[in-house]
Every structure is written in structure tokens, then in C-alpha cells.
Design a protein around this ligand. Structure first.
Ligand SMILES: NC(=O)c1ccc[n+]([C@@H]2O[C@H](COP(=O)([O-])OP(=O)(O)OC[C@H]3O[C@@H](n4cnc5c(N)ncnc54)[C@H](O)[C@@H]3O)[C@@H](O)[C@H]2O)c1
Ligand SMILES: O=C(O)C[C@H](O)C(=O)O
Ligand SMILES: [Mg+2]
Length: 564
């Protein structure tokens, strides 16, 4: 898994001696190459060898001291968006230093490079724009898809991972066109910080098919395609050209789809999911992390999976992805598919989804309740559904801030002793309820996890740690496991193995314990998840790599933010 054109890493592996300009940039060009740049950490010998004499101030600093300086500079930034911009600039200058900072301060910096600040960075993309990062593909120039990847100068064995978005449904903030590049970049940063995916072997991609966001179309500074979203056949053949180019040029790469609209996202997965190494993070990653959460809640409450009653509010990409995985888990716990489906109530804009509901989408259909069970004249809004269905678990993937009102949560708590409340919408301004409120309304009885990071809540002498039910706790390990195993596909079994591994890492012994492992331990937990995923791939016969010592192979595959 040698990195392409990365002098710092080559040197680490003892291949760094005698480099000439033929093998990589020298002089000032070397400082401009973020994967090779060490800045003032270049030793005197390296400065002489690489044509850096007189280019740098004389002192040689260690990575630790550079990280201390960067941390100081970061602290001087005015707000979280400024911190995000600062970190992205560092990312563009010196990747080892960037990841060193990220790995050393994951709980503090994940919210800056990822959710929730990444939402702000997406919205401000064209205004904060400084440098490009990743591959931008335009639907107006499908002939450029292949040359754009070829221009990376990478060979067939050089890429492990491609993260792509078309930016139609970014987090809960909707369509932000080319600004969506920041979600591909942010997801990859998490892959590297959390699971050691090599930053030089991962490619963020923006599939610019236009935008329906009028404000962007009217903004003279907007740097994306200035037309409405293209749909239909042209869209599908653009996506097909992308999949084909990646498959041919980088045959071992895992293809991760992020923040597509529900129609396209599901269709793409149906088309390619069985054929290539690919997954949709919002449907499958979110489904699996939520399953981990519910499995642990079931441990705490003592209510087995098959007895759960689940209300999903917001039956879109994430909501139905979650419903699917919870249903399958109930089936594994002894129910038949029909019984399991009947234990899930999906509520969307139209209220409870019923067979007669107008505008039902195909992926919602399996969860539509029979009309004789819920007559058309019965109220079907969230409070009525909660009141009648008496759920043990309430999932929020609606983007509706405050939708889990005091009434709804109290009504749930009237029927179950320990209600499981999961307001998963991101970023902060979209969350269905804040954990502090949910805990207060239920006298500390609720088990809560959220998509965004939330500080612990103190209530009546107990500290409630809020697990972050964000796919970031799952997809890095899933991806690393698939890469190590060289899995042909991402199977349901691999997702299930990832969910079980994450669930098993949470310490549920204390009152107020989080339902999920702490972000602080994400690197260690991603390795455990990757090991479980790779093993399952081998069991299911989709692993192409020989896995003699999976634990060691996972460790060996994890890139460390260190200079060579
Ligand atoms: N925590 C996580 O890991 C995670 C992962 C994926 C998505 N999410 C969050 O989930 C939310 C939804 O994302 P998505 O990709 O599924 O989007 P989506 O557009 O596919 O789905 C949202 C659904 O909510 C419905 N909805 C909108 N307004 C509603 C209302 N007033 N009442 C009921 N339903 C309503 C929409 O009709 C749609 O079906 C976002 O905020 C996203 O950040 C969280
Ligand atoms: O990106 C995240 O933070 C989680 C999820 O993929 C989302 O779309 O909200
Ligand atoms: Mg997403």
C-alpha cells in the first residue's frame, strides 16, 4: 500500500535516499506538495538534497512543535468557520501536520472539519474558496470524466477510496451545488483521522450536475455549473461514465456515495450495489450506526430487538435506510419479515405513511400501513402516531428542528419506561430535539443519541454522556475493512458486522453511559470495526485478499501522521 509520490512516506520506508527531481518535486515545488511537504521539519540534509537551501528559515522544528504552533494559530481564529478555513489551508500545505493535529484533538476538531461546521463551509464554499481539492466533474463535459482522473497521475493500485457527492441533499441543508465538495473532503478527512486510510490514496469527487439553489445561481461568485440540476438519462449516463472510469482506472477502489437525493441515491445503489465495491453512506452507514445504538439500548432496557416498536420521523434516504436495518435485525431476532415491518411506523410530510397516502415514494412503499389499520379520518401526525403506536424507539431524520416536542416525548414516556430517542438530523439547526430537554422531560429516563456532537448533560446528580449516532463512527472502519479485505462488494453481513462491532465497544455499565463508543477512541474503535468487517467479508467469500492475520493486517494498513 505504498503511497504514490509521497516523499515523506517513502523516506520512512527507507526508499527516500537519492531522490532526484525525476521522482518528485524539489525546491519550492516540494513545499507546495501537501503530501510531501514537511515545512521547517525538513532536516538540513533533506534541505540540501531537495534543493531547499535558503528557502526555509534556518531552524529545524519537530512535528510536535509544528503541531503546537498550528494549535496556537487555530486558537486565534475567530469562530468555527474561520477554524475550518484555517484547517483546510493547513490541509493544502502539509497533510501530515494537518492529520497530526486532527488525530491528537479528534473530539475538538471533528466538529470543525466535519459536522456541524462543515455545513457552514458548504454554504460559504464559493466565498471562502482558495484552492481546489479533489476531482470536479461537470455534467456539461462528460468527455472529461476519464481525463480528469488520469490527470491525478495515479496508477491502478494507487487508489483505495473514492468519495463522491452530487450535493442534492447535503446533510439536512439541501442543495448547495459545487459546495458539496466540502462533504467529500470532510468525509475523507474522517476516514484518514479515524481509520488511517492513506490521504494520498483517497480521492474526493464532486459530480456537478447543476443546482436547484436559486441563490447560488444568482451569486456572481458561485464557482459551480450555473444551471438547474440535470436529471433523467443525461444524469444516469454521467454517473455511469464516472463509475466506469473509476472502475477501469482504479479497480481496487471502494466507491462511497454521499448526500445524494433519495431518488438518485437509492437508484444508484440498486444499480451498482451488487456489482462493485460500493455503498451509500446515508442509507447504509446511517442504518448500521443506528442499529448499533438500538442494539445497545435494547441491552440497557432489556427489551429484545423483536419486541421493539419503532417510529421513524422523516422517511427519506436515512430514515428508510435505518428502517431497513432495524427490520432486518428484528428478523434475525426471530420475526418474519412481515411482522418486523409491522413494528415500524414511518411518518413523513404527509403524516403516517399509509397505502392510500398520496405521493408515496417507491422506497417508502414497504412501510406504508394498511388503510384498515389506520383509517383515513384518524389523525396521523407525529403526536398521534406516537400516542397510538407506543414506540420504544423514536428516530428523527426529518431535518425538522424541534419536531420532538415536550408533548411527543412525554407521551412516549407514558408508555415505555426507558424511551429511546434518537434525533439524528444534522447540522445543529436541524436537530429534532436537544438531549438536555429530552432528558429533563423524562426525568433522566430517556436513552438519547444525536447526529451532531453534544456535550454531556448533568441532571439530578447524574452525568449523561450523549453518544454520537453519526455514520462517522462506522464508515471509516467499514471502509478500512473493505480495503484490507479487498472485498468485491459491501454486503449486508459486513454492515451488520460493523454495527455489532461498534455496539460492542460501548461501555454501558455506568448510569448515564453513552450508547456508543466515544469519539476520542475512534481510531482504536475503527480498527476493531475494520477487523470485524474484513473477517465477515472472508466468511462471505467476497474477500480477494488473503487474510492470515486480520488484526495485524488492519494495523499495518493504517497510515500514521508522521514524517519519514
Ligand atoms: N446522524 C447521521 O449519521 C445521519 C446520516 C444521514 C442523514 N442524517 C440526517 O438526516 C436528515 C435527513 O437526511 P436524508 O439524507 O435522509 O434527507 P432526505 O431528504 O432523503 O429525507 C428527509 C425526509 O424528511 C422528510 N420531511 C421533511 N420535512 C418533514 C416534516 N415536516 N415532517 C415529516 N417529514 C419531513 C422529507 O419528506 C424526507 O422524506 C438530515 O438532517 C441529515 O443530516 C443524519
Ligand atoms: O455527514 C454527516 O454528519 C452525517 C450524515 O452523512 C449526514 O448526511 O448528515
Ligand atoms: Mg450524509
Amino acid at each position: 500500500m505504498a503511497p504514490p509520490r509521497n516523499r515523506a512516506q517513502d523516506a520512512h520506508k527507507g526508499k527516500g535516499k537519492g531522490h532526484t527531481s525525476r521522482e518528485g518535486p524539489n525546491g519550492r515545488a516540494l513545499l507546495a506538495d501537501p503530501l510531501s511537504n514537511k515545512g521547517v521539519a525538513f532536516t538540513q540534509e533533506e534541505r540540501e538534497r531537495y534543493g531547499l537551501v535558503g528557502v526555509l528559515p534556518p531552524a529545524v522544528l519537530s512535528l510536535e512543535l509544528q503541531a503546537r504552533r498550528a494549535w496556537e494559530q487555530l486558537g486565534a481564529q475567530g469562530d468555527d468557520l474561520a477554524k475550518n478555513v484555517y484547517l483546510e489551508q493547513l490541509h493544502d500545505r502539509n497533510e501530515v501536520l494537518y492529520y497530526r493535529l486532527l488525530c491528537d484533538h479528534l473530539p475538538e476538531l471533528l466538529p470543525i472539519v466535519y459536522d456541524p461546521t462543515v455545513g457552514e463551509a458548504i454554504k460559504r464554499y464559493s466565498h471562502e474558496y482558495r484552492r481546489p481539492r479533489g476531482v470536479y466533474l461537470s455534467i456539461d463535459r462528460p468527455q472529461d470524466v476519464r481525463p480528469a482522473f488520469q490527470a491525478l497521475g495515479l496508477g491502478p493500485d494507487d487508489v483505495d477510496l473514492v468519495v463522491a457527492t452530487d450535493a442534492e441533499q447535503l446533510l439536512g441543508i439541501g442543495d448547495w451545488g459545487v459546495g458539496g465538495m466540502q462533504i467529500s473532503v470532510g468525509k475523507l478527512a474522517v476516514y484518514t483521522a479515524a481509520a488511517g486510510i492513506h490521504p494520498g490514496r483517497a480521492v474526493p469527487v464532486m459530480l456537478d450536475v447543476g443546482t436547484g439553489n436559486q441563490a447560488l445561481l444568482n451569486d456572481p461568485l458561485y464557482v459551480g455549473n450555473r444551471h438547474n440540476r440535470v436529471r433523467g438519462e443525461a444524469y444516469d449516463s454521467f454517473v455511469a461514465a464516472f463509475v466506469e472510469a473509476v472502475g477501469e482506472l482504479f479497480p481496487h477502489a471502494l466507491l462511497h456515495w454521499e448526500d445524494f437525493g433519495p431518488g438518485n441515491g437509492r437508484r444508484i445503489l440498486q444499480q451498482y450495489g451488487e456489482k462493485i465495491r460500493t455503498f451509500n453512506d446515508d442509507m447504509q452507514g446511517t442504518g448500521a450506526i443506528t442499529l448499533a445504538c438500538v442494539m445497545n439500548a435494547a441491552r440497557v432496557t432489556g427489551t429484545p430487538m423483536r419486541d421493539q416498536r419503532i417510529v421513524v420521523f422523516g422517511a427519506g434516504t436515512a430514515g428508510v435506510g435505518i428502517a431497513d436495518q432495524l427490520r432486518d435485525a428484528m428478523v434475525r431476532d426471530g420475526l418474519d419479515r412481515e411482522e418486523a415491518t409491522r413494528r415500524i411506523w414511518c411518518v413523513d410530510r404527509q403524516g403516517l405513511l399509509r397505502q392510500s397516502t398520496e405521493g408515496l415514494r417507491d422506497y417508502q412503499q414497504p412501510y406504508a400501513r394498511p388503510d384498515d389499520e389506520w383509517p383515513p379520518d384518524r389523525p396521523a401526525d407525529l403526536p398521534s402516531v406516537v400516542d397510538r403506536a407506543q414506540p420504544t424507539v423514536l428516530v428523527g431524520t426529518s431535518t425538522q428542528h424541534g419536531a420532538f416536542t415536550e408533548d411527543v416525548v412525554r407521551s412516549m414516556a407514558r408508555h415505555v419506561d426507558r424511551p429511546v430517542v434518537l434525533p439524528l438530523s444534522n447540522p445543529t439547526e436541524k436537530i429534532e430535539a436537544m438531549p438536555e430537554d429530552v432528558l429533563r422531560w423524562t426525568g433522566g429516563k430517556a436513552l438519547v443519541a444525536t447526529g451532531i456532537p453534544v456535550p454531556p448533560v448533568e441532571l439530578d446528580g447524574t452525568t449523561y454522556v450523549i453518544g454520537q449516532a453519526n455514520n462517522a463512527l462506522l464508515y471509516p472502519g467499514l471502509g478500512l475493512g473493505a480495503v484490507v479485505a479487498r472485498a468485491d462488494r459491501i454486503t449486508d453481513g459486513m454492515l451488520q458486522a460493523a454495527a455489532e462491532a461498534v455496539a460492542g465497544l460501548a461501555d454501558l455499565s455506568q448510569p448515564g453511559a453513552a450508547l456508543l463508543p466515544e469519539v476520542e477512541n475512534l481510531r482504536a474503535s475503527s480498527a476493531v470495526v475494520a477487523t470485524a468487517v474484513a473477517r465477515r467479508a472472508a466468511e462471505e467469500d467476497v474477500a480477494r485478499a488473503r487474510l492470515d492475520d486480520v488484526i495485524q493486517q488492519v494495523q499495518d494498513a493504517m497510515w500514521q501522521p508522521e514524517y519519514g
